[in-house]
Design a protein around this ligand. Structure first.
Ligand SMILES: Cc1cc2nc3c(=O)[nH]c(=O)nc-3n(C[C@H](O)[C@H](O)[C@H](O)COP(=O)(O)O)c2cc1C
Length: 183
């Protein structure tokens, strides 16, 4: 059973997560694809799709890919600058699942924190007012998240997908379908 990890990353957070997950995958057949460099042939049985969150959903290139995928087992991961455990994090992952779930089986997903790119921080600092303008709390959050995604987040994402892939093997060996995970 081949696993393809496909990601899109602007400033490196999703790439770090994708590479970390890829390295930790225990399956024999696997490949890693950067969507900004290639449009990979979708020859995997399982696709693990990673995106940076853009307005509470998948970034445009990943959304475009997701809308074309059919008949696969799909895992979803993302990185985001706001707290990933907030409802905004859940919604950002849910939005990715919504793009694929009608034509595919979702086997699981995880939203992780990334850091805010310096370009975005500079932009928010230049704003005089508004929900996104810099304030002491956002400055503290950006500083705290500087190294995210962390090794713990990467390990948890890899554990989740390795477990779901193992479950898929077990169920298929018994002739059973994987019950989709409602993200
Ligand atoms: C145009 C744009 C929109 C973004 N929208 C959100 C958002 O809605 N929620 C959020 O938490 N982070 C948002 N971010 C932050 C990124 O999702 C976050 O920094 C992510 O970890 C970057 O991943 P990357 O380094 O792989 O590009 C946005 C960033 C950009 C550039």
């Amino acid at each position: 059973m081949k696993v393809q990890v496909i990601y899109h990353s602007l400033s490196g957070c999703t790439e770090k997560l994708a590479r970390g997950v890829f390295e930790r995958l225990t399956c024999e057949e696997k490949s890693l694809h950067d969507l900004s460099k290639e449009s990979p042939a979708l020859d995997g049985d399982i696709l693990l799709l990673g995106y940076w969150v853009d307005q509470a959903g998948p970034c445009k290139p990943m959304r475009g890919l997701m809308e074309q995928i059919e008949g696969k087992h799909v895992g979803i991961f993302c990185t985001m600058a706001y707290w990933c455990d907030a409802s905004h994090g859940t919604a950002s992952l849910h939005s990715g699942a919504e793009c694929v779930k009608a034509r595919n089986t979702v086997i699981g997903g995880i939203a992780c924190n990334g850091h805010m790119s310096q370009k975005m921080i500079d932009m928010f600092r230049s704003m005089k007012a508004g929900a996104h303008s810099s304030n002491p709390a956002s400055e503290a959050r950006w500083a705290l998240m500087k190294e995210h995604p962390s090794e713990c987040e990467i390990a948890l994402a890899a554990e989740r997908f390795n477990e779901r892939i193992a479950l898929l093997h077990t169920l298929q060996a018994q002739g059973l379908a994987f019950p989709p995970v409602e993200i």
